[in-house]
Design a protein around this ligand. Structure first.
Ligand code: ADE
Ligand code: ZN
Length: 336
């Protein structure tokens, strides 16, 4: 059996604010003099019982309130990258939610400078490559998203793509068509959360109106055979997050997760952790627990790892190097 934790891989669906572990929340709250609603780390963790996406988002936005200084953003990203590197992650494409910070008065520059310094240091320390993806909060206005895009223009060299997250139902991709048109014209790639709680029509809109390179989640795509055929034919990757889907009750339990059906349908599915501090596991745990629940074979685990590299926004030479490393790991597991 292949070691799915050590298997080289890319993580492509990861909200940096969702890696904020309670211990670090308390540490940063104390140094910034911010009062928390919960008296202890244990009390905060005990509140992580979610019934749907919104019940999670409420506590997720509250946790990130303590982030104020460049050093806070640095510490957050540095902690994630250290853990990711220890779980076979060679490359990470990291979401951040600028409006959740700028709307509280934290300058855009503080967020981006803190995060990108941690990315550069992790590359030097662990060899992990990474990109930043800036997400618009879809429950805020299109106007606010456009202002955020304009704020990002001086940092174009640090941000590879724009994405769309937060409360999906009632906030369809169409709402952001003009912002995404502008983002593409400015040289950003595009991705979007779609088909998490929203139906297949959200995925169609993300493809047709936002021209996304990947769909984040996309689990509900399987309800629409024509959509599955489109995703398969165009090799449009889905960044699937199994433990997240169970915690937010998108699927009832891991044994019912459609990941294997996606692979069987020939889709470019990948495994990711979404908000690992809240959902019970980083990418390694997502691989191991999903493999056990669905009975995934070594070949399927290797396909998932290769899909993650293929679906990433790294250059072709680096892709080839990572794919060869996966091949070598697979070959040595097969001969062990
Ligand atoms: N923001 C952080 N995690 C998210 C998720 N799973 N869906 C939508 N928005 C998010
Ligand atoms: Zn997400």
């Amino acid at each position: 059996m292949i070691d799915a934790v050590r298997l080289p891989k890319a993580e492509l669906h990861l909200h940096i604010e969702g890696t904020f572990e309670p211990e670090l929340i308390f540490e940063i709250a104390a140094r910034n003099g911010v009062a928390l609603k919960y008296p202890t780390v244990e009390a905060l963790r005990a509140a992580y019982e979610f019934t749907d996406l919104q019940s999670f988002l409420d506590i997720y936005y509250e946790g990130m309130n303590v982030l104020r200084e460049e050093r806070d953003y640095y510490d957050l990203a540095a902690a994630y990258l250290r853990r990711a590197a220890a779980q076979g992650v060679r490359h990470a494409e990291i979401f951040f939610d600028p409006q959740a910070h700028t709307d509280r008065g934290v300058p855009f520059a503080v967020v981006v400078e803190g995060l990108s310094a941690a990315l550069a240091d992790a590359r030097a320390s662990f060899g992990i490559t990474s990109h930043l993806i800036m997400c618009f909060l879809r429950d805020l206005s299109a106007q606010s998203a456009m202002e955020t895009l304009e704020r990002a223009l001086p940092y174009r060299d640090r941000i590879i793509a724009v994405g769309l997250d937060s409360a999906e139902v009632g906030n369809p991709p169409a709402k952001f068509q003009a912002v995404f048109d502008r983002a593409r014209a400015e040289g950003f790639l595009t991705v979007a959360h779609a088909g998490e709680e929203g139906g297949p029509e959200y995925v169609w809109e993300a493809l047709d109106l936002l021209r996304v390179s990947r769909v984040d989640h996309g689990v509900r795509s399987l309800e629409d055979a024509a959509l599955v055929e489109r995703l398969r034919r165009q090799r449009i990757p889905l960044t699937v997050c199994p433990l997240s889907n169970v915690k937010l009750r998108v699927v009832n339990d891991l044994t019912k997760h459609p990941l294997k059906k996606m692979l069987d349908a020939g889709l470019v599915a990948t495994v990711n952790s979404d908000d690992p501090a809240y959902f019970g596991g980083y990418v390694g745990e997502n691989f191991v627990q999903t493999a056990a629940a669905l009975g995934l074979t070594d070949d399927e685990l290797v396909t998932l790892a290769k899909n993650s590299i293929e679906a990433s926004f790294i250059d072709d030479a680096t892709k080839r190097a990572y794919l060869e490393e996966i091949e070598r790991t697979a070959a040595s597991a097969a001969s062990a």
